[in-house]
Design a protein. Structure first.
Length: 318
């Protein structure tokens, strides 16, 4: 049988996730209305609106969980429904009266002549007590029998408590799947090896000079390393405090150096804005609320506005 605390936790989780559906939808509609009123040139403001919307969804879910937790109580003997309440012995046990021995004394001291008359007027107290005891047992049997019999209502109630655990299990499986995918991507990026393809040292030197120049211009506090790998198809940057710029080998031969400068400035803007940490937070929220389409829409809008912000920073830096 499921533990009462586990059942309460399942109900708390389901109610919180259920409320997050309409809460995230309301926040997404509000953000959509605000974005429609903001021009595209105000990329920073638009980015702040979308990030604030996602944070509002998280805060609303936490507040909902705290509120629901105050109303969910563990089932006890005092707050169980009437059909699930434990039987009370005070209502089912009746005292059994002992035989009245005073009449026996009267019988032994009475005369033989009065004994017959006394017996007719006063029946044998032992027999009477025995009969009364039998009546009491019969009455108790009628009272205790319903509680001793299997309680079908309680069995049905326990069956109804199984489905919250199933829903919670499905949600947990989805979260673990999303987190496993996230960890696999991060570990895969950390294990990227430099390309085995021959690369012109002159081009690499130019790229390192551009990275150093733009890093100084953007006031980056940490040095940025360069990795050219066949495993990536588009430029990107990973890490925040020790960022690494990833470049595909094809871009080093078919793209003019001035265009590469703009691309590198765009990627360095991500490092300057700590977008790697923000993106990890997004992925975590997406993993926990993977079933919520409004959360996915907000996260997608954050990435769109983030790229617009980095484009603006890259243009200003070059």
């Amino acid at each position: 049988m499921l533990d009462a605390v586990s059942i309460d936790n399942c109900h708390l989780l389901i109610q919180t996730l259920g409320h997050s559906l309409w809460q995230a939808s309301a926040v997404a509609i509000l953000c959509w209305l605000v974005l429609r009123s903001l021009p595209a040139r105000k990329a920073g403001t638009r980015y702040a609106v979308t990030c604030g919307g996602l944070l509002l969804v998280v805060f609303a879910s936490l507040l909902t969980a705290a509120t629901v937790a105050q109303t969910v109580q563990s089932p006890t003997a005092d707050n169980l429904p009437g059909d699930l309440a434990l039987p009370s012995l005070t209502h089912t046990t009746r005292p059994i009266l002992p035989p009245n021995r005073s009449h026996d004394a009267d019988v032994t001291t009475a005369t033989n002549d009065d004994h017959a008359t006394h017996s007719e007027a006063h029946p044998d107290p032992v027999a009477a007590a025995h009969d009364g005891h039998a009546d009491v047992l019969n009455s108790d049997t009628l009272t205790v029998a319903p509680n001793a019999a299997p309680n079908t209502a309680q069995q049905a109630e326990q069956t109804m408590l199984v489905w919250p655990a199933i829903v919670a299990g499905v949600w947990g499986f989805g979260v673990l799947t999303m987190l496993f995918r996230l960890v696999r991507v991060i570990v895969g990026l950390q294990k990227l090896q430099p390309s085995n393809s021959p690369i012109d040292d002159t081009v690499l030197s130019q790229l390192r000079e551009i990275i150093a120049e733009l890093s100084q211009r953007m006031n980056l506090r940490w040095p940025v390393s360069l990795v050219v790998s066949d495993k990536v198809s588009v430029p990107g940057i990973i890490g925040t405090f020790w960022p690494t710029l990833l470049m595909p080998p094809a871009m080093l031969t078919g793209v003019p150096i001035e265009q590469l400068r703009i691309v590198i400035a765009h990627e360095l803007a991500h490092a300057r804005r700590f977008d790697f940490l923000v993106n990890l937070g997004q992925l975590l929220v997406e993993s926990l609320l993977f079933f919520n389409p409004a959360v996915w829409w907000l996260s997608r809008q954050i990435r769109i506005e983030r790229e617009a912000c980095c484009d603006a920073v890259a243009v200003a830096a070059t």
